[in-house]
Design a protein around this ligand. Structure first.
Ligand SMILES: Cc1cc2nc3c(=O)[nH]c(=O)nc-3n(C[C@H](O)[C@H](O)[C@H](O)COP(=O)(O)OP(=O)(O)OC[C@H]3O[C@@H](n4cnc5c(N)ncnc54)[C@H](O)[C@@H]3O)c2cc1C
Ligand code: SF4
Length: 481
C-alpha cells in the first residue's frame, strides 16, 4: 500500500449527483464525474487489511486492494489490467452495482467503507479516455462455433470470454439492440446507453457476431442452433412478471414495471411510441407497488415524465437503517436504501397490502389498502403477515405500476423447444458445469439463477464460458470466476 495511513487522513466522499431540479428535467446520468485527484485520494483509504473481505463480497472476485493501490500511485494502466482480469463490464458495475464489496470492506467495520464502486468506474473511464481500451482479437481461432442466446450482461460476458478463448461466437438477441435489461429496463439516468454501445463495438471488432431482432424459438427454430453450433448458451433472462391478481386488476392504467420502463427507455432513445399505447405519468397520480430497485426506477421515471405525485408502497416492513443481528458483517445486509430517485421526491410507505383496485368508467382511480404487521408465532422462524385491524385506507391513483418481482424465464418457445429441465422455481436447471439437461446446451444469468443483479449475471456468464470452453477443448484457461 502506498499510504498506510490514508484512511486516517481522508474521509469517504460519496459520489455527487446533479441538483434535483436539474436532473428531473432530463433522463441523463444523475451522477457528476469525480476528478482524478479525488479518485486517487479515495483509493488511498484502502488500508491493506491483509484479509480483503471486499474481494470475497464481490461476485466476480475483483482484485480490489490491488487496483486501489495502483490507482493511488497513478498506475492507471496496471489498475486496468487487473480489473480486466475479472470483469468484462466494469463501466456497468461501476455505475449500477449495489457494491456488495463495500458492505464487506474491513474499514467499514468502524469507519466509512472505501468507495470501491466509484474507484472501479474511475479506472475504466480513465482507460476509455486514454484510449487504452482497444479491440484485441484472439491470435488463433479454434474453429468451434458457439451460439449465445440473449445479450444481457450474462450473454455478453459469456460471449466476450468465449471469443477471447478463440471460439467463433454468435449472439442472438430478439430485441433490436443488445444489452437486455441494461438497455430496456435500467433507465438512462442510471445508465446511458452509449455506455453499452461503446463496449459492444469493441467486442464486434474482436470478432463477436451479433444477430439482433432474432427471437430464437420463434423466428429461428431452437433445434437449428443445435445443428449449426458446437455449443449453445441460454442467457435469456427471467422476465415473467409477478402479477397482483386482485379485484380490479383489469382496469385501464395498471401496468407491469418492465412494460413501463422499456417504453420510457425507447422514448428516451428517440423512438416513437404509437399514441394510445404510451404509458405516460404526466400530470398523473402515480402509485408504484413494490419497494425494490425496479420500483425505484419507476419512481425516477415518473418524476421525469411530470407526474403530479408519486407514492411507492411495499408490503414488507421498513428495513433497518444500519446492520442488525440478522445481517452480520461481512454479508450483504437488507437495509433501507434511498436511491437518487427517492431523493427526487415522492412518498414511500411500508407494510401496506393492496386489497383491491377501484375504478371509474373502466380506469383506475384508487387503491384500497390495509396496514400489515409481521409477527413470529408458534416457534416459526418466518414471521407471519397479519392485517392490522381498522387500518384500511385508500390511495388515489391514475397510473399504477406493478414492480413486485419476476417469477422465472419464459417457458414457451426457446426453453420448451430444447426441452431443457427446470428447477423447482421454474428457472433453467444446470449441473455444476452450467450444462442443462440437454447435451451441449448451457445456461447462465437470470435464466438459470432467477432475477438477480448485473454483477451476478456477469459472474454467471464468465463461469459458463469456462465450462463451455472446457467442454469444447477438454481444458480451459478461462477463469472460473
Ligand atoms: C428495472 C430493473 C432495474 C434493474 N437495476 C439493476 C441495478 O441497478 N443494478 C443491478 O445490478 N441489477 C439491476 N437489475 C437486475 C439486472 O439488470 C439483471 O439481473 C440482469 O440484467 C440479468 O442479466 P441476464 O443477461 O441474465 O438477462 P437480461 O438482462 O434479462 O437479458 C436477457 C436477454 O435475452 C433476450 N432473449 C430472451 N429470450 C430470447 C430468445 N428466445 N431469443 C433471443 N433473445 C432472447 C432478451 O431479449 C434479453 O435481451 C435490474 C433489473 C430490472 C428489471
Ligand atoms: S462489481 Fe460490484 S461488488 Fe464487485 S467490486 Fe465492483 S462494485 Fe464491488
Amino acid at each position: 500500500m502506498g499510504d498506510q495511513k490514508g484512511f486516517l487522513k481522508v474521509s469517504r466522499q460519496d459520489g455527487r449527483y446533479r441538483d434535483v431540479w436539474e436532473r428531473v428535467s432530463d433522463f441523463k446520468y444523475v451522477a457528476k464525474p469525480r476528478s482524478e485527484k479525488q479518485s486517487r485520494e479515495q483509493a488511498s483509504r484502502c488500508m491493506d487489511c491483509s484479509t480483503p473481505f471486499c474481494h470475497w463480497g464481490c461476485p466476480i472476485g475483483n482484485y480490489i486492494p490491488e487496483w486501489n493501490d495502483h490507482m493511488f500511485r497513478g498506475n492507471w494502466e496496471a489498475a486496468l489490467a487487473l480489473l480486466e482480469e475479472t470483469n468484462n463490464f466494469p463501466e456497468i458495475t461501476g455505475r449500477i452495482c449495489p457494491a456488495l464489496c463495500e458492505y464487506a470492506c474491513v474499514l467499514g467495520l468502524n469507519d466509512d467503507a472505501v468507495t470501491i464502486r466509484e474507484n472501479e468506474l474511475a479506472i475504466v473511464e480513465s482507460a476509455f479516455r486514454g484510449g487504452l481500451l482497444r479491440p484485441r482479437a484472439p491470435a488463433e481461432r479454434t474453429g468451434k462455433r458457439v451460439a449465445v442466446v440473449g445479450s444481457g450482461p450474462a450473454g455478453l460476458s459469456c460471449a466476450a470470454q468465449l471469443n477471447r478463448a478463440g471460439h467463433n461466437v454468435t449472439v442472438f438477441e430478439r430485441d433490436d439492440k443488445p444489452g437486455g435489461i441494461l438497455r430496456y429496463g435500467v433507465p438512462d439516468f442510471k445508465l446511458e446507453k452509449d455506455i453499452i454501445d461503446r463496449r459492444v463495438e469493441i467486442w464486434k471488432k474482436e470478432g463477436v457476431v451479433f444477430k439482433t431482432g432474432v427471437n430464437v424459438g420463434a423466428d429461428l427454430p431452437a433445434e437449428k442452433l443445435l445443428e449449426d453450433f458446437d455449443a449453445v448458451v441460454l442467457a435469456g433472462g427471467s422476465r415473467v412478471p409477478r402479477d397482483l391478481k386482485i379485484e380490479g386488476r383489469e382496469l385501464k392504467g395498471i401496468h407491469f414495471a418492465m412494460d413501463y420502463l422499456c417504453q420510457a427507455n425507447r422514448t428516451a432513445a428517440g423512438e416513437k411510441v404509437p399514441a394510445g399505447k404510451m404509458i405516460d405519468a404526466k400530470g398523473k397520480k402515480v402509485v408504484v407497488i413494490g419497494g425494490g430497485d425496479t420500483g425505484s426506477d419507476c419512481v425516477g421515471t415518473a418524476h421525469r415524465q411530470g407526474a403530479s405525485c408519486v407514492v411507492q408502497i411495499e408490503v414488507l416492513p421498513k428495513p433497518a437503517e444500519c446492520r442488525t443481528e440478522d445481517y452480520p458483517w461481512p454479508g450483504y445486509p437488507l437495509l433501507l436504501k434511498t436511491t437518487s430517485s427517492h431523493e427526487e421526491g415522492g412518498e414511500r410507505r411500508w407494510a401496506v397490502l393492496t386489497k383491491r383496485f377501484i375504478g371509474e368508467k373502466g380506469c383506475i382511480k384508487r387503491l384500497s389498502c390495509v396496514k400489515v404487521a409481521f409477527e413470529k408465532a408458534g416457534g416459526s422462524a418466518c414471521p407471519a403477515m397479519k392485517e392490522v385491524p381498522d387500518s384500511a385506507f385508500e390511495i388515489e391513483a391514475d397510473l399504477v405500476i406493478l414492480a413486485v418481482g419476476f417469477l422465472h424465464p419464459e417457458h414457451s418457445g426457446l426453453v420448451a423447444d430444447l426441452g431443457v429441465g427446470l428447477d423447482e422455481r421454474g428457472n433453467v436447471k444446470t449441473d455444476a458445469a452450467y450444462m442443462t439437461s440437454a447435451k451441449k446446451v448451457f445456461s447462465a444469468g437470470d435464466m438459470r439463477r432467477g432475477q438477480s443483479l448485473a454483477v451476478w449475471a456477469i459472474s454467471e456468464g464468465r463461469r459458463a464460458a469456462h465450462c463451455v470452453d472446457k467442454y469444447l477443448m477438454g481444458e480451459s484457461t478461462l477463469p472460473f470466476m
